[in-house]
Design a protein around this ligand. Sequence first.
Ligand code: NAD
Length: 292
Amino acid sequence: QNGCVAFIGLGTMGREMAINLLAGGFSVRGYDVDAAAVASLAERGVVACASPAEAARDADIAITMLPDTPHVEAVVYGENGLLGSPPDGRLVVDMSTISPVAVRRMHADLAKNGVALIDAPVSGGPVGAKNAALSIMAGGDAEAFARAEPFFRAMGTTITHVGASGAGQAVKLCNQLVCAINLQAICEALALGRASGVDLDQLRTVLLGGSASSWMLDRLGPAMIAGDASAGFRIDLMLKDLRLVQEQAQALAVPLPGTALVTSQYVEAKAHGEGANGNQALFRVYDRMSNR
Ligand code: NAD
């Protein structure tokens, strides 16, 4: 046994990350408010737990992979939470994308209890999670980062300590605004290409071979062209990330006009019932604008 992980939040990303920790020789104690998510992993060898506190018992580290700031705060501050019942190793790592301000507050509150917090959001999507190929950007104390690193190695390939508490989230927010604006650019190219009568699969292949190539075009392009909006990284989650980007930008007085525009398009997508669809559904905003 390499060590024991309490894994809290076994959704799209967390499920794959927990499986990779098992494959890496770690034991995993799992908790999720969705009992079915825990039960399906129990078959794979995860010890099913009924609260964050129970998961943290005997664990070296507690990892959270939850939707948004309030969920992480509930797991830290709530009844049977990690503040009152930290893991034996007194190390908490949040890998969700949440507010950097909230991260620094939790870092300070946990530190008063002798518990270290690392913010370590990820990039690479569900496929990166499944292939243990995530890019992990970590903020927090160097000693705590060093203790978390062997666990990161089981889930990712690019693992970078980017600074003090909250810095991981700050870098992730930069990552997300590039993803959103890049996706918008791809939508515009596909809309223009379609109206021009060019073959969209061929257009994608050509762009991938030149300076317009991108991860988004590679991974989401086929679903956008096929009109398949299902699954993947949800519109709702990107809208949450864009809200976090704008909060950070306003707090620091940084103008981000491109982010403001694409955020409106995500709001439009959500208003049309696309919130649970994958990010490729941003193209449907363009379908609606051109009445396609
Ligand atoms: P998800 O909604 O699929 O999974 C979240 C899980 O957390 C769910 O199973 C839910 O039941 C559980 N949960 C919610 N509240 C809880 C609580 N209080 N206690 C315990 N469990 C709780 O989301 P996801 O796609 O796995 O994303 C998780 C985080 O990772 C988000 O912050 C997201 O922005 C980020 N992220 C997602 C992707 C992606 O492509 N899906 C990529 C990079 C980062």
